[in-house]
Design a protein around this ligand. Structure first.
Ligand SMILES: NC(=O)C1=CN([C@@H]2O[C@H](COP(=O)(O)OP(=O)(O)OC[C@H]3O[C@@H](n4cnc5c(N)ncnc54)[C@H](OP(=O)(O)O)[C@@H]3O)[C@@H](O)[C@H]2O)C=CC1
Ligand SMILES: Nc1nc2c(c(=O)[nH]1)N=C([C@H](O)[C@@H](O)CO)CN2
Length: 235
């Protein structure tokens, strides 16, 4: 018997692609979504358990954890994907920005991981926790300072939880650079961004799916971050 895979923030883009992949692989899937995009209705129609969760305060995180347990006693994996790519140029309430970045990227994974260890421990093989971080964990970001700091916190939690939860639960990170552009990105921005990596492409969600599958199928990788960044570190 295989237990469900939980993916946070899977109403769109990478999280949605991950959910669709595991559904296609005949896996049980539980997602959180904030906005009920049409894609969430489609996932629900395919049997995915879709839990609405806006992680905007501590209470909502605890409420989600309690609701999760109503749906399943055990989990195969937790993929912490939910994220807000906010920046100081878009939000000059720096205190709120910092708190929001730290909450969605570090506090939500921390609390869910802390409260769900027993769900990931079972006789059906390893449990896995996968954190979606970012290339900027290595470099910082002059344009997304609070975002980068919060992703660095998540990267550090990867190491801590790997040590705390071994050997029954593996904990790893996937650190992407450009995977998919956003609607509305200008041609100028796209050109500039594509120049930042050696490969110079917008690779698409399949790269993250492949990285996640590698980590799920490994019996040995833990406490590590898998860079999926087109060689950006060498530009
Ligand atoms: N796309 C890329 O090229 C890159 C992505 N990454 C990382 O990969 C992961 C997936 O990226 P991507 O698909 O672009 O992510 P998105 O920016 O599309 O965000 C994913 C989801 O997170 C949800 N979310 C945001 N804030 C909250 C909140 N407070 N509570 C609950 N849910 C929330 C959004 O909900 P809603 O639909 O309501 O907005 C959204 O559906 C992220 O962790 C991202 O940082 C890293 C580097 C590059
Ligand atoms: N939550 C999000 N995080 C990030 C996104 C995004 O769209 N949503 N996009 C990026 C960029 O692609 C960046 O890696 C390249 O400019 C980073 N994080």
């Amino acid at each position: 018997m295989s237990f469900p895979i939980l993916i946070t923030g899977a109403g769109q883009r990478i999280g949605l692609a991950l959910a669709q992949h595991f559904v296609a692989e005949q896996h049980d899937v539980i997602i959180t979504y904030r906005t009920r995009h049409n894609a969430v209705d489609e996932l629900a129609a395919q049997g995915v358990t879709c839990i609405q969760a806006d992680f905007s305060d501590d209470e909502s995180i605890v409420h989600f954890i309690n609701e999760l347990r109503v749906h399943t006693p055990k989990l195969r994996a937790i993929i912490h994907n939910a994220s807000s790519w906010d920046s100081e140029s878009k939000n000059d309430d720096y205190a709120a920005l910092f708190d929001n970045m730290m909450r969605i990227h570090a506090k939500v994974p921390y609390l869910i991981n802390q409260h769900c260890q027993d769900m990931l421990e079972h006789s059906d093989g390893y449990g896995d926790i996968i954190h979606l971080t970012d290339f900027v964990v290595e470099t910082g970001s002059a344009k997304h300072l609070a975002y980068a700091a919060s992703k660095a916190a998540l990267d550090n939690l990867t190491k801590s939880f790997a040590a705390k939860y071994a050997p029954h639960i593996k904990v790893n990170a996937v650190a992407p650079s450009l995977i998919i552009f956003n609607e509305g990105d200008s041609e100028q921005y796209k050109h500039k961004t594509l120049q930042k990596s050696l490969m110079g492409i917008e690779p698409g969600c399949r790269e993250i799916i492949n990285a996640v599958e590698l980590l799920l199928t490994s019996d040995y990788i833990t406490g590590r971050s898998l860079a999926v960044d087109g060689g950006r570190h060498l530009k």
